[in-house]
Design a protein around this ligand. Sequence first.
Ligand code: UDX
Length: 461
Amino acid sequence: MKKTKFKKKILCIGAGYVGAPSMVMIACKCPDYKVTVVDINPQRIAAWNSGQLPVYEPGLEKIVNKTRGRNLFFSTDIENQIAENDIIFVCVNTPTKTFGAGAGQAADLQYWEKTARQILEYSQSSKIVIEKSTLPIKTALAMERILTSGKGDITFDVLSNPEFMAEGTAMNDLENPDRVLIGSRETKSGLAAREELVEIYSRWVPAEKIITSNIWSAELSKLVANAFLAQRVSSINSISALCEKADADISEVARAVGTDSRIGSKFLRAGIGFGGSCFKKDILNLVYLCRFYSLPEVADYWESVVKINEYQQDRFIANVLQSMFNTLAGKKICVLGFAFKADTADTRESPAINITRKLLAEHAEVVISDPKALDNAAIDLDGAEGQISYVEDPYRAAGGCHALVIMTDWDLYRKLDYGKIYRSMVKPAFIFDGRNIIDHRKCFEIGFNVFPIGKPPLTRL
Ligand code: UDX
């Protein structure tokens, strides 16, 4: 058989939400490059090699089917792959530390450091190592120190190329990014390594959208971009509390404010708060860095973004309790949506976890419904005390319930037949719309007592 010659060989260590989709896009756009994704978890690699991918993203499966086996490969053979590839993306997870110094705030870098040591151990030639996971600033420096601690002649150039894609729209974000950011050392070899990476992205990203910078700016920009996005959500949520007191409507306020082109209209949807694997983790990381560099005022400022997010959830549950006559014991509550946002099965840091636990603490019986995330919901609530059931069909889930709480902005929930649902529920029936996605007036006319976020409730009580 003729051996195909590839122009470049790229390796990605870490087959999670960031690494795998990014590599799928590179493999699709650069058919003459061989792209290999490795992971220590054999089940995850087996899933990537199967018909049941471990990550749900609209459009992902189609591209995997086109590229897998052609120039995209998934493997567990980390050692040989490090030796074989000259360009290595590091996409291992960096969760918040749960132990020791910085617990609850700093990033846990153990997987990342193990990977750096493995790269050093198995490399037989010089390499470009690219940080793609979100990391605390100056991690590249630690990476360089580990990589230069061994092998005499072999050199390593470390680049920072943070990923800005969002879940649910990952493939579109990867194909049409607002920008690609590449940070490097400004030395001769650093700049040459930067150029190698620019060349890869230039295959499909217009030159003006490829931003290059010094390596520390690139690392910091990722944390700051996420902090700014989360800050917008907390800002609008803080105002939603005021709207509820002042009879203003948060959607009208957001529209009036967001039409100022300097402010912009995106990320001003009030709701139950932000979730997802990045926002809280990255802000806490930023807070930790600020404290580390003795900037307590800056740390407190950013920490308040996380505090408002928690406050919004506390407010929501207090409202449910108070509106339902101060007792939820024995009442059946249907949680509509468990994913942290629509179009993903991901439940990491989903506000639904916290809200469900609080409902259970009030001795409510909870029925959870979600079109994609029920398996993850069951993992998140493993060990939680109380009565929980999982029902995918929202009509069946709502039957016999006292209240619906909408946690995820799935389009499906906009289109439900709320008349039919109302007829199957215990009266008086309640809807707490944690995402402001349904037609509140219509539901009120059907008979529900409706509690939106940041708008006057529509109730007959
Ligand atoms: C985010 C960033 O958008 C992305 O650039 C980065 O690479 C990773 O983190 P993601 O976590 O996938 O992406 O989701 P995103 O769409 O940003 O939403 C985050 C959370 O904020 C969700 O829980 C969402 O429901 C919530 N949100 C977002 C709001 O409550 N209101 C809004 O107006 C927007």
